[in-house]
Design a protein around this ligand. Structure first.
Ligand SMILES: Nc1ncnc2c1ncn2[C@@H]1O[C@H](COP(=O)(O)OP(=O)(O)OP(=O)(O)O)[C@@H](O)[C@H]1O
Ligand SMILES: CC(=O)C(=O)O
Length: 576
């Protein structure tokens, strides 16, 4: 194996040297990276092999390494594929080098084993279950099926449980999948829980609804998918005239506006996490979900509270807490909320019911940028391909919206109704996949890199070293046009720091933990694998090379960078 350059930083370095020297060494690497083998320090990866002679870096193809056009120079001895066991190959199954991650909400259209497998094969990185809908038993079944798929087929699909939150919503529509409200029709919204439901009637889950609303208020269903004007209150019933026709879905949320402003008093009074949510959270912890997404977060306090609760309830559990940004309060306290969370979701559905629609795109951009700066994964959600609930092809505007989220370099895109109850869940996922790949490739071909300042996020000196290593590695990777970065990380932190830099090449992240592997699967550009590390780094490198070669994801002659958070090291080399 050829060691072209090694650059090592470790906490044992004198502090004045280690960080100040890093940029200089990086420059040295890029002066003559190929023909200037040198070693700054050599105990990180004690390797010795012949240099392969040359390398022609090119950009990866859109569907990853399978068809990449790197000129390979397979002169060194072949790697022993037997070094990777069958079990490891199986455990680390299907991969794609798509950088943007995809989340599918699982619902009646996708809850069966074949349908879930089709989504996993189609590129689902995270399965979302929404506790607004269905029973815990139903969700348990879905979560266990996803786990089974991971175990049996080698996927690393993470599970995200979304809490219902204290929102006002309609009840089920008496078993009907949807109902159409037409212009001028009179509908009854009632707290009486009618069963069976009379025609043009919807139950409302909040007892104070009839007292709260006033005649003349505007009632928005699902953030404005249909609008009504309140015309009369009769006991538990509120009579409304439809002013904007639309489709009503079971348990759609309700907001009411008075004189052009959202009526928010009720939201301010209620706890973000309701008593039902706490029971759902206990359920999620017991089922070992990877993420809990908290609806209607108003401040960092609730996130900190939930994190302490999880830590007390399940010491050592690694459940990421995702803040859903969908209210005016969340937008006001954005930075403190994101800092406290393990990630954020731009929940455009409810956000669009709380602020004027034309402000949603600017909020999205702001949240995506801030999350990246603070090194928190960010999800763009809702109505990405809404028309595909009913039709097999998206609108041009939807494709443009997806493209924009990919161009903003959000970590993940989320399907809601498209995958939960739409007629074309697989097609919708395939549109997300192909649009993401196309825009990512275009971005690389154009060598576009946004000038986004990445502030220091480290909380200790050791973390700062990791951060500097990752920043430098991404820069070296782009400057040299390397084919991949390999990162060996126990906690996943270094992989995540590298993902924040959004380098051009794929990042293969190796971790010892299946939980960390699934969590990394939410983050931009990371292709996570589980591997039992040995102390012998050369053997780790060889095994990972073999693993990826056997899957056609790298080949001899590829120029790669390897990072390790155990040794805080960085190395540039050719794959033998
Ligand atoms: N587990 C489920 N069981 C039945 N229907 C579901 C389920 N999950 C989702 N759906 C259907 O898919 C639609 C879209 O799903 P989604 O998760 O976006 O719900 P939502 O009601 O809009 O809530 P949120 O505001 O939290 O996104 C829902 O309105 C519902 O009709
Ligand atoms: C996903 C979600 O909850 C929203 O967009 O409102």
């Amino acid at each position: 194996m050829s060691t072209q350059a090694i650059h090592l930083l470790s906490p044992s370095f004198p502090s004045s040297r280690s960080l100040s020297n890093l940029p200089a060494s990086s420059r040295l690497l890029s002066i003559n990276p190929i023909y200037l083998p040198f070693t700054l320090r050599r105990h990180a990866f004690p390797l010795s092999c012949n240099c392969s002679s040359s390398h022609t870096p090119v950009l990866s193809s859109d569907n990853g390494f399978g068809s990449k056009s790197v000129v390979a120079h397979a002169t060194a001895s072949a790697i022993d594929v037997d070094a990777v066991t069958e079990a490891e190959l199986k455990e680390n199954g299907f991969r794609s080098t798509r950088r943007t991650k995809l989340i599918c909400t699982v619902g009646p259209a996708t809850c069966g084993p074949e349908q879930l497998e089709a989504l996993a094969v189609g590129g689902m990185n995270v399965a979302r279950v929404n506790m607004c809908h269905g029973t815990r038993e139903w969700h348990r079944n879905v979560i266990r099926q996803v786990r089974k798929l991971n175990e049996e087929k080698g996927f690393a699909v993470a599970v995200m449980m979304d809490t219902e939150g204290s929102e006002i919503h309609m009840g089920d529509l008496g078993g009907a999948p949807s109902a159409k409200a037409e212009d001028g029709e009179i509908w009854t919204f009632s707290v009486r829980s009618y069963s069976p439901l009379p025609d043009r009637t919807a139950n409302v889950n909040y007892d104070g609804f009839t007292e709260d609303v006033r005649i003349g208020d505007e009632l928005l269903v699902d953030g404005g998918m249909a609008r009504f004007e309140v015309i009369e209150k009769v006991g538990p019933d509120v009579k409304c005239r439809c002013t904007d026709p639309g489709l009503l879905l079971p348990r759609a949320n309700l907001t009411y506006w008075r004189e052009g402003s959202l009526v928010r008093e009720r939201n301010a009074m209620l706890p973000t996490i309701s008593s039902k949510d706490w029971l759902d959270i206990d359920f999620g912890i017991a089922e070992g979900v990877d993420f809990i997404a908290v609806s209607f977060v108003k401040s960092a306090e609730v996130i900190n509270h939930l994190k302490s609760y999880i830590a007390a309830r399940c010491p050592g559990c690694e459940i990421g807490v995702i803040a859903k940004i969908e209210s005016i309060d969340a937008l006001k306290n954005l930075e403190e909320i994101i800092r406290a969370s393990d990630g954020a979701m731009v929940a455009r559905g409810d956000m669009g019911a709380q602020i004027p629609l034309e402000q949603v795109p600017a909020c999205q951009q702001k949240i995506v940028r801030l999350c990246r700066q603070l090194n928190k994964p960010v999800i763009v959600a809702s109505q990405l391909l809404e028309s595909m609930i009913e039709y097999p092809t998206p609108t041009r505007a939807e494709v443009a919206d997806v493209s924009e989220a990919v161009r903003q370099r959000a970590d993940a895109l989320m399907l809601s109704g498209e995958s939960a109850m739409g007629r074309y869940p697989d097609k919708a996922l395939s549109v997300l996949r192909s649009v993401s790949l196309r825009i990512e490739r275009w971005w690389r071909e154009e060598k576009r890199r946004e000038a986004l300042e990445l502030p220091e996020v480290a909380s200790s000196f050791s973390d700062r070293i990791s951060e500097e290593i990752c920043n430098s590695a991404a820069k070296i990777a782009n400057n040299l046009g390397v084919d991949a970065v390999f990162v060996y990380t126990k906690s996943g932190h270094m992989a995540s720091l590298l993902s924040r830099c959004r380098p051009d090449c794929p990042i293969f992240a190796f971790t010892t933990s299946t939980t960390v592997r699934r969590r990394l699967n939410l983050q931009w550009g990371l292709i996570p694998f589980r591997l039992s590390f040995s102390d012998d780094m050369e053997s780790n490198l060889n095994r990972t090379f073999a693993l990826l070669k056997a899957r056609g994801m790298i080949q001899s002659g590829d120029l790669v960078i390897a990072l390790s958070d155990m040794l805080q090291s960085i190395q540039v080399m050719n794959v033998p």
